[in-house]
Each structure stands twice: as structure tokens, then as C-alpha cells.
Design a protein around this ligand. Structure first.
Ligand code: ADP
Ligand code: MG
Length: 409
């Protein structure tokens, strides 16, 4: 749903595999699942100093804390540790794997760490910040960089916005080498470091387009003591709606990092977005989702979620979608807004009835059909035993569901 806004996140170690393929310099590293893995990674890397890094889909790991998930006791401060010996690797890996990491970005509930990355230690001369994002207004990719890396970039943006430098790629020609060079100059880079940065920016902007990224953030990007520019962290996310173009995306998906309902929705070809309100919405298509949201808000309501059943929904996927909406405790009313095309409204009507009978419908339901078989769809609903209101326009439907969830008749 909200096509183009849903992101699929991957782990740092996966981002670094993609960086390496794209020609961006990274340290050697090995993905681990166990303490034994971590020790053999240490032996294989051949570096005395290594970084032992918790892998979760959230940043701020270095400054986070690890807790025992059962007792809640603090196990270790810092989810990214520098180990100077095999013993330290063992200690840190044992303290990380299976523990709960709480960072500024995870919220107090934290995330269980199931993956670890052991990578060669880097002698850092300076930490920079680098990010690539989609700039919808400029219809191109915005590249932001700063000499103030390694710290909270939000703080830099707020207190010293002039310390963040920006360049844009050309919508069709990609990144201009001159702009990349100018960025290197602004960061005060010279010689090999400057060449490294320019080639890195070109590689990253190509990767961004090729892989349908929605964001790449490298914090820190470091200049090593030997003058190399190395991506020491990697936060990469993709536009999930492009995943059909990239079969490898599904292999990179870490289901343990996603909410169970999101996984279920994904498996049935549905897009699910959780929001803060109390009106559950079942729609087909992103435009319709946006319009539904606007109109619900116009009448003073707030959506609890959106389930976009897409263009090729089946009876089964609609039943699943309806089930997901019904099990959300915040839902006090449901608006179904379907524009029939390939999807036939009467099929949707029968699926909605089936799901409601199966799962029990305890909240008001308003259905707006238009397009293919909308008359038949309305007939099916009007003749069923459920307490369902039908309407032929979105504004009437939205007004009705807002009124019903408020409790006034
Ligand atoms: P997070 O942003 O989640 O805290 P990072 O990957 O940025 O995690 O790591 C935190 C800090 O740890 C970095 O800013 C850097 O100073 C240090 N660090 C990370 N990887 C290495 C490494 N391979 N060698 C040396 N220091 C590292
Ligand atoms: Mg970082």
C-alpha cells in the first residue's frame, strides 16, 4: 500500500555484500549465527582487532544495551564491540546472540539479536556521514554528506544544518562526476581519499537505481589512517513494490525482523500498513488508499490501518485481509472501498461475508463499491444477514463509518 513508500530493510552485513558488488569499499567481514561461528570468523579474518556487531533492523546499536530477554537484566553495554583477542570475541558474541538489544531506534521493547557480523577492525582517521535518498520533488536522488559523522545526524541537521552538504543526481544521466568532486572538496578530501569518494558516490548512485533502493545510509563512512574511504556501517532499504523485479530481495528478507501480520499479508500479495486510528480500511490500489484516508480524515475520523488487496485479489486473499483487519484491537469500524476493474465487486462482497461469518463481525461495516459488478455486489450485501451499510460514493461511505464509530446514529 502507498506504493513507493513501503520499505524493505536488510541487515548491515547484507548491505555490505551489495556494496562490495557495486565496488564500494568495505572491511572484510563474516556473517555469524552462533558463538562458534564468531570464533571461526575471527580465525579466518586474520585480523587481530575485529568489530563484533549485532545485526538488527535498527540503528544506534553501538550506543544500545543488551538485556537478558527472560530476566530483563542488563548483560552488556554497547551492541557493537571492538575485540582485541579471540577471548574477547567469545565474550562479546556470547553477550550478544539471543539477547535483547535496546537502542534509541528500537523503542523500549528492543529486538532479539539472531545475527552477528564479525569484521576486520579499521584504523579510523575520521568519521563522515553519507546518505542517498529519493527526492520526490526534484525527481532525482539526493546525496547528503557531512564531516560530522558517527553521531546523531538529526542533531547535526538541527544545530548546524550548514554542515550537511547536498548534491542531486540527474534524473536520466545519473550522477555528474563534477558534482561528486565538488562534494569531495566540501568534505575537505584530497588525493586518493577524494578519488575514493568520487568513485564511491558514482557506484552508490548506480546501485541505488539498479536495485530500486529507497535509502542508503552510511554512518560512519570513514577515512582510514591510510587514506581509504570505507563504508563502516550500511543501512540499505528498498522499495518493496519493486521486489517482483528482484528475486534476490526475498532471499534477503529477514522474517524474524518483520511483524507476523506483515509477513502474512505479504504471503497473500497484500500490502499492510498499521496506523494509529480506529477505522480499518480495505481497499484496492494505492490511489484509492490515499483518497480513502483523506476523506476519512475530512469527516473527522482516523484510519487504524490499510490493507491494499491490489489488482489481482482472490477470495482467499480478501478473506485473509479482512481477517487481519478484524483481529486489530484498535479497529472500531471498517470501511471497504473497492473500485471494481479486474476485481469484481460481487466476488469481494461474498468474500467479506464469508470472512465475517467465519471470524465474527463485532464492529460496524460500511462498503462502497464502484466499477465492475458494483450493482451485484451491493445486492449481495443488502440481502445478507450482516449489519452492513452500503454506499455508492466514497464521501458518503466515509461519513457513515466515521459517524458509526463515534457511536452516534
Ligand atoms: P550503529 O550505527 O548501529 O551504532 P555502527 O556500524 O555505526 O553501528 O557502529 C558504531 C561505531 O562502531 C561506529 O561509529 C564506529 O566508530 C565503530 N565501528 C564499527 N565498525 C567498526 C570496524 N569494523 N572497525 C572499527 N570501528 C568500527
Ligand atoms: Mg552507524
Amino acid at each position: 500500500m502507498f506504493r513507493g513508500v513501503i520499505d524493505m530493510n536488510i541487515h548491515e552485513y547484507q548491505g555490505k555484500i551489495l556494496f562490495k558488488q557495486a565496488g564500494v569499499k568495505v572491511q572484510n567481514g563474516i556473517h555469524c549465527k552462533t558463538v562458534i561461528d564468531a570464533l571461526s570468523a575471527y580465525d579466518n579474518l586474520g585480523s587481530k582487532v575485529v568489530a563484533v556487531k549485532s545485526q538488527i533492523h535498527a540503528g544506534g546499536r553501538g550506543k544500545g544495551n543488551l538485556y537478558d530477554p527472560k530476566t530483563g537484566d542488563l548483560v552488556m553495554e554497547g551492541g557493537v564491540k571492538i575485540a582485541f583477542s579471540r577471548e574477547e570475541v567469545k565474550k562479546y558474541a556470547s553477550n550478544i546472540i539471543g539477547r535483547k538489544l535496546v537502542t534509541k531506534q528500537t523503542g523500549p521493547e528492543g529486538k532479539i539479536v539472531n545475527n552477528l557480523y564479525v569484521e576486520s577492525g579499521c584504523a579510523i582517521a575520521h568519521e563522515y556521514y553519507l546518505a542517498l535518498l529519493v527526492d520526490r520533488e526534484a525527481k532525482s536522488i539526493l546525496i547528503m554528506a557531512s564531516t560530522e559523522g558517527g553521531v546523531d545526524i538529526e542533531e547535526v541537521a538541527e544545530n548546524t544544518p550548514e554542515a550537511i552538504h547536498k548534491i542531486w543526481t540527474h534524473p536520466t544521466d545519473g550522477l555528474d562526476v563534477k558534482d561528486a568532486e565538488e562534494m569531495a572538496d566540501k568534505l575537505g578530501l584530497t588525493g586518493d581519499s577524494k578519488n575514493d569518494l568520487v568513485s564511491m558516490l558514482l557506484s552508490l548512485s548506480n546501485m541505488f537505481v539498479e536495485k530500486d533502493c529507497s535509502m542508503i545510509e552510511i554512518n560512519p563512512l570513514v577515512r582510514s589512517e591510510s587514506g581509504e574511504m570505507i563504508a563502516l556501517d550500511a543501512k540499505v532499504s528498498f522499495d518493496d513494490n519493486a521486489s517482483y523485479r528482484h528475486p534476490w530481495m526475498d532471499e534477503m528478507r529477514d522474517h524474524s525482523e518483520e511483524e507476523e501480520v506483515e509477513i502474512r499479508a505479504h504471503e497473500h500479495g497484500l500490502s499492510y500498513v498499521k496506523l494509529d486510528g480506529n477505522i480499518g480500511c480495505l481497499v484496492n490500489g494505492a490511489g484509492l488508499a490515499m483518497a480513502s484516508m483523506d476523506v476519512i480524515k475530512l469527516y473527522g475520523g482516523e484510519p487504524a490501518n490499510f490493507l491494499d488487496i491490489g489488482g489481482g485479489a482472490t477470495r482467499e486473499s480478501i478473506t485473509t485481509a479482512f481477517g487481519i483487519i478484524l483481529e486489530d484491537e484498535n479497529v472500531e469500524g471498517i470501511l471497504v472501498n473497492i473500485f471494481g476493474g479486474i476485481i469484481q465487486c460481487d466476488m469481494v462482497a461474498r468474500s467479506v461475508i464469508e470472512a465475517s461469518n467465519e471470524l465474527g463481525l463485532k464492529v460496524p461495516l460500511v462498503v462502497r463499491f464502484s466499477g465492475t459488478n458494483h450493482v451485484e455486489g451491493k445486492l449481495v450485501l443488502d440481502n445478507c444477514d450482516l449489519d452492513v451499510h452500503t454506499s455508492s460514493t466514497l464521501s458518503e461511505g466515509a461519513a457513515k463509518i466515521v459517524q458509526l464509530t463515534r457511536g452516534d446514529k
